[in-house]
Write a protein that binds this ligand. Structure first.
Ligand SMILES: [Zn+2]
Length: 250
């Protein structure tokens, strides 16, 4: 049986996306090219669009704690609206260079967030993340990363081992198409336990969904179809993972 497919990289007007969560759910459900079991919202958090500068920790907390709570609330409300019809996960995307000095604060603000996608991580960043991966309250992954380009002085083998040991997942993004250009990376992945997520980085163009089958077929050909990252729902209150949804009695 094939695993459930989720597109875990979508933006909404909460950050810089054009479509509401409901519109994204409808678009995924009506997509004939691939059968999605759900989606993840991954809006940019912890980056202020205002010209205001964040001066200190208290300022950071004050600026982003309320914003993050509002975000989680709106995604969880959508999750409830779609319950039984479509899974809605609550992720977020974090810009590494902008936030690398605030990681401890950020970890305390992730109640109700199911996973974090990091963008623009360099090698020093990946090793830093790997060292603290287990301290994060939810799984963390690398968004739309061209490994050979982003870590030019590190062997692919070292990258993959670092990610596998720290259980950092890797996003297979439509931004990397054609994946054949990254053949070396995808050829070593089957030998290491790195989970893979699918991502379109949807902003204002839903046609990106039609490119997902190409990703899926490529992963199947590379014996990676059993590697899909399966997020778990985390409640906003305790930050704990929720119990799995009940299935039919047998
Ligand atoms: Zn994005």
């Amino acid at each position: 049986m094939s695993p459930p497919l989720y597109n875990l990289h979508n933006h909404t007007p909460f950050s810089d996306g054009a479509y509401s969560i409901d519109e994204l759910c409808e678009a995924h459900l009506s997509c004939t090219a691939v059968k999605f079991a759900g989606l993840g919202i991954s809006d940019h958090l912890f980056c202020t669009p205002s010209s205001r500068e964040i001066r200190n920790e208290r300022d950071f907390q004050r600026t982003f704690a309320a914003e993050t709570r509002d975000y989680v609330e709106s995604v969880h409300a959508a999750r409830r609206r779609w319950e039984g019809k479509f899974h809605v996960f609550c992720g977020c995307e974090i810009n590494w260079p902008l936030n690398r000095n605030h990681l401890e604060l950020i970890r305390g603000l992730l109640n109700g967030i199911d996973y974090v996608l990091f963008a623009y991580v360099d090698w020093a960043g990946l090793t830093q993340l790997a060292n603290q991966a287990r301290r994060w309250p939810c799984p963390i992954g690398l968004a739309r990363t061209d490994v050979a380009r982003q870590f030019p002085h590190t062997s692919l083998d070292q990258v993959v081992r670092t990610m596998a040991n720290a259980r950092i997942f890797y996003e297979v993004s439509v931004a990397l198409l054609p994946l054949g250009e990254h053949e070396r990376w995808f050829s070593i992945l089957p030998n290491h336990r790195v989970a893979l997520s699918l991502g379109t980085d949807t902003h204002d163009d839903l046609s990106c969904l039609e490119q997902v089958p190409e990703l899926v077929r490529y992963l199947e050909r590379h014996r990676l179809a059993d590697r899909y990252f399966q997020p778990r729902l985390r409640s906003a209150e305790s930050g704990d993972a929720l119990a799995p949804q009940k299935t039919h009695a047998v």
